[in-house]
Each structure stands twice: as C-alpha cells, then as structure tokens.
Design a protein around this ligand. Sequence first.
Ligand SMILES: N[C@@H](CCC(=O)N[C@@H](CS)C(=O)NCC(=O)O)C(=O)O
Length: 216
Amino acid sequence: MITLYGFAISNYYNKVRLVLLEKGIEFNEVPTVPSQEAAILERSPLGKIPFIKTADGYLSESQAIIEYLEDVYPANPLYPANAFERAKVREFIQHIELNVEQVARRIYSEAIFGGKVCDEVKDEVKTKLETGLKGLSRLLKLTPYALGGQFGMADIVAWPHLQLVALATGNLYGENLVAAHIPGIDAYIKLVESRPHAQKVAADRAEALEKFFQNR
Ligand SMILES: N[C@@H](CCC(=O)N[C@@H](CS)C(=O)NCC(=O)O)C(=O)O
C-alpha cells in the first residue's frame, strides 16, 4: 500500500493525491510538514513534501511519483497511449512547473502567507510569469480539457498550480495574471471541479487552509 506524506494546502501534494484518487489506488496519508529534520531528509532530500512510501522505498518529487504510479498501476491510465501525445503531456507539465509555478513560488510568501517580498523580486517574477503564461497559452487547448477531449495528467497538474498562481497574482499585483493570459481558464477550472475526486481534493484543501490560517 502506498503512503502519501504532506499536507493538503500544497499544490504538489494535491497533484499526487488527485492521481491516487483518479487511478483508484489505495493509499494512506500521514500529515507531514516540510522539515530539515534528519528523519524527513532521509526520505525527501530537501525536506520537501510530498513524498511517498512504496514497497521498494521512499520517493520524492511529485513528477517522479506520478510517473511511478502510472507505471506500477496501469489501470485507469492518465497518460495517452500514443508516445508522441504522451510526450506532449510531459512537455506541458514541464513547462507549467518550470516556467509558471516555480516562477510564481517566489511571491507566495507575501501574496498568500503575509510575509514580505522585495519590489525587485515582484517585478522580476511578473515579467517572467507573463512570458511563462504566454507560452503556456500556446500549448493549452481547453477543448474542453487542457490538451484535448480527454481528462488526464495535464489537467491533474494544471488544476492545482493554475489556481494557486491565479490567487497569488490577484492578491499581489491586483490582477489575476492567469486569467489575463489564458481566456477561458475560469470555465476550465470549474469543469475540472465538476469531477468528484477534484471536489474532494478542493474541499480538503479549503479545510486545511482554514485550519492553517486559524492556527497562525
Ligand atoms: N519539485 C517539488 C516541489 C515540492 C514543493 O515545493 N513542496 C513545497 C510545499 S508546496 C515544500 O515542501 N516546500 C518546502 C521548502 O521549499 O523547503 C515536487 O514536485 O514535489
């Protein structure tokens, strides 16, 4: 049985959790916060979440995890059967994480958690994020799912990341940069959230966020 470590306010945790739910894989969850403690660093080399425990050992990095899950549990496939289409999904995921989510991550401390980010970083992130989002809009099809008519890995990755980037940019710049560069994104998010597993992940995220902000 797979054990998933992390917490429900994390977009990367929710990406892995949604894969587990959509594929119908049985799993346990162990609430875990990122940490530099030796016991966590042995399982996830930078102390980040999510990570999983498998029959063969621990595995970190959400993309490595979901690829592993797809390989080991082929039922309910979330990647297309065709090799080129599969590569296009991976191209999309790489792009959204490298050029959109990881760029936006630098402003979360102020945009979401009430910390402070210097103006230089805010300006740099905005420029890079606009470039990343323009690129993303060239890959996105929204017909009606991210890359075509079939729900799959591209949606599982786009859904948590784009919502967070939309929230963060709206809060910090007074403009939701995701909506500004990707027309139709709100309807797409609603479409993904019409799926029962996404609804569960969204409800658990809302509850975890409420608790997180109450306890600060
Ligand atoms: N590339 C990693 C990113 C995971 C990540 O950034 N997790 C955050 C929580 S959303 C974390 O653990 N942050 C703590 C830290 O950066 O030290 C993945 O795909 O799993």
